[in-house]
Ligand binder design. Sequence first.
Ligand code: ADP
Ligand code: MG
Length: 349
Amino acid sequence: MLEDKNQQKTPLADLGEFGLIKHITQPFRLSHKSTIKGVGDDSAVLESSENQTLISTDLLVEGVHFDLSYMPLKHLGYKSVMVNLSDLFAMNGEAEQITVSIAVSNRFTLEAIEELYAGIRLACETYNVDLIGGDTSSSTKGILISVTAIGKVSKEDVVYRNGAKETDLIVVSGDLGAAYLGLQVLEREKEVFKINPNNQPDLDNYTYLIERQLKPEARKDIRPLLKELNTKPTAMIDISDGLSSEIMHICSQSNVGCKIYEDKIPLDPQVISACEEFDLDSTMVALSGGEDYELLFTVPVADFEKIKANPHLSVIGHITDKSAGLNLVTRAGQELELKAQGWNALVNE
Ligand code: ADP
Ligand code: MG
């Protein structure tokens, strides 16, 4: 949070637009056969395969989607890529290329943009995707970043939101709620910092939560895992807005209902203890928290044996007839109707 005022910073104006583009894109290496031409011409050139092409875009705006007082630029770069890769993985596809467009105000220096691109590069290297282009502009206020991810999936493998069938099992990867609580911890520290900038926060009890908020990982591993287990989802979506909102998308598009069991929702121990501390209901946080970037999918009930003992997967319920509605079965056995609410619902409580 503290800036080193003694460090030399380079105004972006010193490089000019073309100098900046060259400087930030030069360290990137291309690794996909399908990338014929990356940065440097009027358009990138991709070789199309027999597979179907996946394209997904997100726009992240300072002050709306992130707060730089606790989001380091390197993490912002990494996360902006993850958000998009997650969408391709949710189609049961693979990611190959990204484009990155930024608009920055004159408050940002070359060193700041280098940090942002260091995060983008780390994501590209870790997930084996090529940066093939983008656009660079100035903004009157703050920073905007838009990433487009391009990938592929075969006709046989593609999974939409609309294929869930009655009796299918509802499965979630990893655990839920941590990213939202990470945000709560960071917001709290920001307030403390405003009052006492010398306070050294002790964040040891929240490491997992903060990591999930600042450095989420898209679930690239789920597609090969399901292949290995010899099962294929009937419907799938990534969890960006919270379990409740995502299951509603699957159910409405598949024309079905669902039953989710509260005691089956996977929670990390740090989530449970932070919920006690913040006086939040952990189920509520998992349902409405968002930004977990886990995958939520349905599989035929006959595949239960294949996934039941897998440490990466939790069966949290099943699909029902549409007329039964969308329900949460509480630990006490009571059935509650699932409400449509993204993470904003928590903030307004
Ligand atoms: P044009 O005038 O045709 O839009 P630009 O000068 O904006 O071209 O971009 C030159 C090259 O640099 C193009 O290949 C473009 O895709 C790439 N590029 C521009 N901005 C970025 C960026 N922020 N990140 C990655 N690549 C970029
Ligand atoms: Mg341009």
